[in-house]
Design a protein around this ligand. Structure first.
Ligand SMILES: Cc1ncc(COP(=O)(O)O)c(C=O)c1O
Length: 412
């Protein structure tokens, strides 16, 4: 979407001095492109969209329409999927903390629950005893060593006896359908080699532990890079693989192990890969000042809006200049800072170019782990708008928060 200053000014007047713009059609393009890359090699692939990455209902609805699964990690996300109309059979319930009530509801409704600990198997056994005529679909989250610095806290250590014990316990529950194995890990490098390694290991486990017939599914989680601009790509030490590179690393291994369409459904759970590049954050430059050797431009946004995880990358920024050239100046290294009272609140460090009050700063690649993680710190959350391709009408997908939204749960 091309934003002229006039359009931004109109949107600012209508929706507030900062807002997110989401391109839902670009999200759909990413979904197709990602899935097609895998299906070209292993046709029996499905996407389980990671709600936690960006649970904007419009995106989750689009996933439903496109035939994807909802990958949820809490009762809140499970209930959201149900509210959106996702049939339970198309919900994958992951995550380390599912209460007994959560598991009971999800399992009895027919969702797939990927179990993270022996304590969750205790719960499943109790549910099965109470509801002996109801089928329960479960899988185990595997903890395999893929060479990360820190031992992952999730799932069952596949090298320990507890893993086999877990499989045996579930197989002893006659109503339990032990449908598959799950693995997910996020690494900083998100490398293709890491995906080959995890896929090979998971395939070995599938062959070893499902010797008679393949599991119904093999779920290899998310953690893939998104598409991104060269300015962002340059900030990563290693290569940024394409969807096709990941598909080659993962789907080829699965196809080689299970040739001729005999294999399990391959589930992949991309979050960032589908959402990161489909959102832009727009903030107005409110004022510019000089403090000793430092030039700073105050923006109507915050670092907590564009990267609540406070990761070290600089999100690409484009400036759309106001027509009032008299208030703009040429800078060689001005910091665009946010509205909070924190020194670390710098949205872009060292911008070089013309800038002035009334300009708009656009930050790209802010669709992953932003709106779901932004705290109500100092200012309520901004509006999220979208725009259909081929139309000039904007639509609000989340209205701007008000004081009542933030304080509704507090006692006065
Ligand atoms: C189980 C699981 N699947 C998928 C994802 C999505 O990860 P990403 O957004 O890096 O693709 C996560 C993120 O933490 C996860 O925990």
């Amino acid at each position: 979407m091309e934003f002229s200053w006039d359009l931004l000014r109109t949107l600012d007047e209508q929706y507030g001095d900062s807002f997110f713009y989401v391109d839902v059609d670009a999200f759909e393009d990413n979904f197709h492109h990602f899935l097609d890359a895998f299906r070209a090699i292993y046709p029996n692939t499905r996407i389980g969209y990671s709600y936690k990455t960006n649970y904007l209902p419009r995106l989750c609805q689009r996933v439903l329409a496109l035939g994807g699964y909802a990958e949820v990690v809490s009762r809140m996300e499970y209930d959201l999927a149900r509210r959106i109309g996702v049939p339970p059979a198309r919900i994958i319930f992951n995550g380390p903390y599912k209460t007994a009530d959560d598991l009971e509801l999800a399992l009895l409704e027919g969702a797939t629950c990927n179990l993270d600990s022996a304590a969750e198997i205790d719960i499943v056994e109790r549910i099965a005893a109470r509801a002996p005529d109801r089928p329960l679909t479960v899988a185990l989250r595997c903890n395999i060593d893929i060479g990360t610095d820190r031992v992952s806290r999730f799932g069952f250590d596949v090298e320990a006896p507890e893993f086999r014990q877990a499989l045996d316990r579930l197989r002893r529950v006659s109503t339990c359908d032990l449908a598959g194995l799950h693995f997910h890990a996020s690494t900083g490098h998100r490398s293709v080699e890491s995906y080959s390694l995890r896929t090979k290991r998971m395939l070995e486990l599938a062959v070893e532990n499902f010797p008679d017939s393949p599991p119904r599914f093999l779920n290899l989680g998310g953690g893939y890079f998104s598409r991104m601009s060269p300015a962002l790509r340059r900030q990563f030490a290693g290569p940024v693989p394409r969807y096709e590179d990941y598909a080659e690393a993962v789907a080829s291994e699965v196809a080689a192990t299970y040739p001729g369409g005999s294999g399990p459904e391959l589930i992949v759970e991309p979050g960032s890969a589908l959402t990161a590049d489909v959102m832009t954050f727009v903030a107005r430059i409110v004022t510019v000042k000089r403090v000793r050797s430092r030039s700073v431009a105050l923006a109507s946004g915050s670092i907590h809006t564009i990267k609540p995880t406070l990761h070290g990358k600089t999100m690409p920024m484009t400036v759309v200049g106001s027509p009032d050239e008299a208030v703009r100046e040429e800078y060689d290294g001005i910091d665009v800072v946010g509205y909070t009272c924190m020194e670390h609140d710098v949205l872009f460090e060292g911008y070089s170019g013309r800038l002035g009050p009334g300009d708009y700063a656009l930050f790209d690649n802010v669709g992953a782990y932003t709106i779901v993680m932004k705290p109500p710190f100092i200012r309520p959350a901004p509006c999220i708008i979208t725009h259909d391709r081929g139309s000039d009408r904007f639509e609000v997908l989340r209205r701007r928060e008000q004081i009542d939204d933030v304080f509704a749960t507090y006692t006065f």
